[in-house]
Design a binder for this molecule. Structure first.
Ligand code: BGC
Length: 776
């Protein structure tokens, strides 16, 4: 059963013939030379054939163009909010706009492939690179990534979907083995890649550093060929993460087209020798080369002279940062009136020197940088009386003198705003966080200010969830994330109500590290990261285990309120069914407050009493709606087969069981969700039965269903030595019931020997023949 539409054939296909002709005229040495970079960022050219090189560079939230590895000298580019912020916008159209802007900047800087987006799942809040990833949910991640890719590629620049796959930690990231069962892999860790590949056809996919179930991702034929190309129809090229190739010949065999950066000729030589010795089939290399050259030709053909307006892109970055802010808590504290002569204590260095992007390969040199302090001054100048105190030092520590100063200023004010978060040294590409806490200096500042002033709001700048033991001591918490270069302006707008926060959490905020689903297995040990929590990642685990998070997935407040009503789930019409729709769900959302706002509507599906253990509910659809005060809007979702399906490891495919499914709709994964149950009848393919199948497996199979009950009754009567029928005593009945339970768990080949002649091999064979089981 294939639930998703076929991946559309891409613009790359138009270059396939020309690429094949070029490849046919290359020498073996020329072919091998194209399999690795010319230097750190560009591919090799073949002048003789007029094939130019292309330039690849990072990254997901801004173009980092540098000639080599001296990034202090990279060209200025707009720094957009990082993925963990972007994801909280839940705004697919916005992601497309960001992608378009990135594409324009890449064109203007002569970049043909932009290395991003990163769609690895946030398995633990401790992953140092979570700021660069979207969510703990594959549907949210996949849809946002697809829009990002479509935006970039609409400008004639290729995207690189990374890091394929199961790169969910930084600890020992280049050597660790991610050990994941097949179902979890497909349902959680591959699903976002699948959505992005099928919906947006990225020109390139980047293979991860780590091993997956014992094999390096860059040498994993099942992953790169079986899943990516055969199953999902990927037509582009696979590029290694930088330095991820261990065995170049094995990686060519697996389907990895391009090794980056340059191997200084060493691996090109190995490819030549492998083809000459017959270890590597020449035809296989030609096929990879044709795909690789198709991407090169497409990228070259779509180069164009381009300029962009840095001010317009800064304005976009500001709008995006605003859409991504999440108001976590608000006891009628925010917004603060910019026209009231308030005494406001502004505390914490981040208000003047914001943390606005992550550290590592995605670090961009911004075209300009806004800070909250200057933006607030501009909005409230001459009205508010403000007093600033730094509160802590750049490394996150503090002193009694700094705390006293902040507390004194807080006490003397009407309200205090504290700016805190995670400095670079706490979260970065290359290492994981040690715990969920804010730096001690930030934590102590919040506590000191809350002790001095009852009216405190906290603004957070961090790339991943943090613990907040102080949450109940403050009135408001605004999670700003790593907001990009214009975030200071967006935060100031939100604080004074020029902007109504509308973001919702794309990851659960745990109350304690011990509650996190991967607590016992993250980041693993002795070279092994065992995904012991299986598919129970993020809210799936908190729901299943009944653990209350600090703030749940999907949560986010507004300066207005919304009411949900009239959830209606209906069977698809004939026309809808032709498009693969099974059910539709519509719901009405009313803005019941006094200001305009945006609501993110979330639809979850959960199978009731499922045969296999499944999360109580899983996000399947979402939409962001702008609603004027007093007005209502209706949102309609179309549910397709995949929304109900799970991955069956016996069939290695997606299946649906007939059963009752709960459709829930609301503004958060927890709280007041409207829900309706539907009864779905699905024709599910049955895994083949064998002599090794247990007797009970024959119960559901259409071919053996009818004869199963009589056979079981007969065998259990024989085994327990009791007659079946009206003459049974209660004891005999009990013995027969127990025999039924015992026998139904056995592989059927064990029945004749167990029944010692009372049920012969020949009888078993004839029954199996009826059920279509080959007995030879
Ligand atoms: C990162 C990639 C990045 C590459 C090139 C690697 O270390 O994992 O995400 O694209 O470097 O900078």
């Amino acid at each position: 059963m294939t639930h998703s539409p076929q991946t559309p054939r891409t613009e790359l296909a138009a270059f396939r013939q020309q690429a094949a002709t070029l490849v046919a005229s290359m020498t073996l040495e020329e072919k091998a030379s194209l399999c690795s970079g010319a230097d750190f960022w560009s591919t090799k050219a073949i002048e003789r054939l007029g094939l130019e090189s292309i330039f690849l560079t990072d990254g997901p939230h801004g173009v980092r163009k540098a000639a080599d590895t001296d990034f202090t000298n990279s060209a200025p580019a707009t720094c957009f909010p990082t993925a963990s912020a972007l994801a909280c916008s839940w705004d697919v159209e916005l992601l497309r706009e960001v992608g378009e802007a990135l594409g324009r900047e890449a064109q203007s800087l002569g970049v043909q492939i932009l290395l991003g987006p990163g769609v690895n799942m946030k398995r633990s809040p401790l992953c140092g690179r979570n700021f660069e990833y979207f969510s703990e949910d594959p549907v949210l991640t996949g849809r946002l990534a697809a829009a990002h890719i479509q935006g970039v590629q609409s400008q004639g620049v290729g995207a690189s979907l990374k890091h394929f796959a199961a790169n969910n930690q930084e600890f020992e990231r280049t050597t660790t083995n991610s050990s994941i069962d097949e179902r979890t892999l497909h349902e959680i860790y591959l699903a976002a890649f699948e959505i992005a590949v099928r919906e947006a056809a990225p020109w390139t996919v980047m293979s991860a550093y780590n091993k997956l179930n014992g094999t390096f991702a860059s040498e994993h034929r099942e992953l790169l060929h079986g899943v990516l190309k055969e199953r999902w129809g990927f037509e582009g090229l696979v590029v290694s993460d930088w330095g991820a190739v261990q065995d170049r010949v094995a990686s060519v065999q697996a389907g990895l087209h391009l090794e980056m950066p340059s191997s200084l000729g060493k691996n090109d030589q190995r490819i030549v020798l492998a083809v000459q010795s017959g270890e590597l089939p020449a035809a296989h290399l030609d096929e990879l080369l044709t795909e690789l050259v198709s991407v090169t030709l497409c990228a070259l053909a779509r180069r164009k002279p381009q300029s962009y307006d840095p001010e317009a892109h800064h304005a976009l970055a500001r709008r995006v940062a605003g859409e991504s802010l999440v108001l976590l808590q608000n006891n009628h504290f925010l917004p603060l009136d910019p026209k009231r002569p308030l005494r406001v204590a502004l505390l914490g260095q981040f208000i003047k020197t914001p943390r606005y992007q992550g550290a590592g390969s995605s670090q961009v040199k911004p075209t300009q940088l806004a800070d909250v302090y200057s933006a607030l001054m501009a909005l409230t100048d001459g009205v508010w009386q403000t007093n600033y105190a730094p509160g802590y030092l750049p490394d996150g520590s503090t002193t009694d003198a700094l705390l006293d100063d902040a507390a004194r200023k807080a006490r003397a004010a009407d309200v205090a705003l504290v700016f805190a978060g995670l400095p670079d040294s706490y979260e970065s590409e290359g290492f994981d966080r040690r715990n969920l806490s804010l730096p001690e200096g930030h934590e102590r500042l919040i506590q000191a200010v809350a002790g001095a002033q009852p009216q405190v709001g906290v603004v957070l700048m961090n790339g991943s969830a943090v613990a907040m033991p102080w949450a109940s001591h403050v009135e408001a918490i605004l999670e700003a994330w790593l907001t990009g270069q214009a975030g200071g302006e967006a935060i100031a707008d939100a604080l004074v109500g020029r902007l109504n926060p509308s973001g919702k959490l794309s990851e659960t905020f745990p109350a304690r590290l011990e509650d996190t689903p991967a607590f016992l297995d993250f980041p693993g040990q002795a070279g092994e990261a065992r995904y012991g929590e299986r598919g129970f990642i993020g809210y799936r685990a908190y729901d299943q285990r009944g653990i209350a998070p600090l703030f749940p997935f999907g949560h986010g407040l507004s300066y207005t309120t919304f009411a949900y009503s009239e959830l209606l789930v209906a069977k698809a019409t004939a026309a809808e069914a032709d498009r693969g729709v099974l059910y539709t769900a519509s719901v009405t959302i009313k803005n019941t407050g006094s200001v305009a706002g945006k609501e993110i509507v979330q639809l979850y599906v959960g199978e009731q009493n499922s045969r296999l253990l499944r999360p109580p509910k899983e996000l399947r659809h979402f939409a962001k709606l702008a609603i004027e005060p007093g007005k209502s809007r209706q949102q309609r979702f179309e549910l397709v087969a995949r929304d109900f399906a799970y991955y069956d490891v016996r069939l290695h495919d997606w299946v649906i069981d007939s059963g009752v499914f709960q459709i829930s709709v609301g503004g958060s994964s927890r709280g007041a969700l409207l829900s309706e149950n539907i009864k779905l009848v699905a024709e599910r393919p049955y895994p083949p039965l064998t002599r090794n199948s247990m007797l009970k497996e024959f119960a559901e199979h259409p071919r053996s269903k009818a004869s199963y009950r009589p056979l079981l009754a007969r065998l259990s009567a024989l085994f327990s030595g009791t007659p079946s029928g009206a003459t049974e005593t209660p004891e005999q009945r009990k013995a027969r019931d127990m025999a039924e339970a015992f026998l139904s768990e056995l592989p059927v080949w064990r029945l004749p020997p167990l029944l010692q002649g009372k049920f012969s091999e020949a009888e078993l064979d004839s029954w199996l023949e009826q059920a279509g089981v080959t007995t030879t």
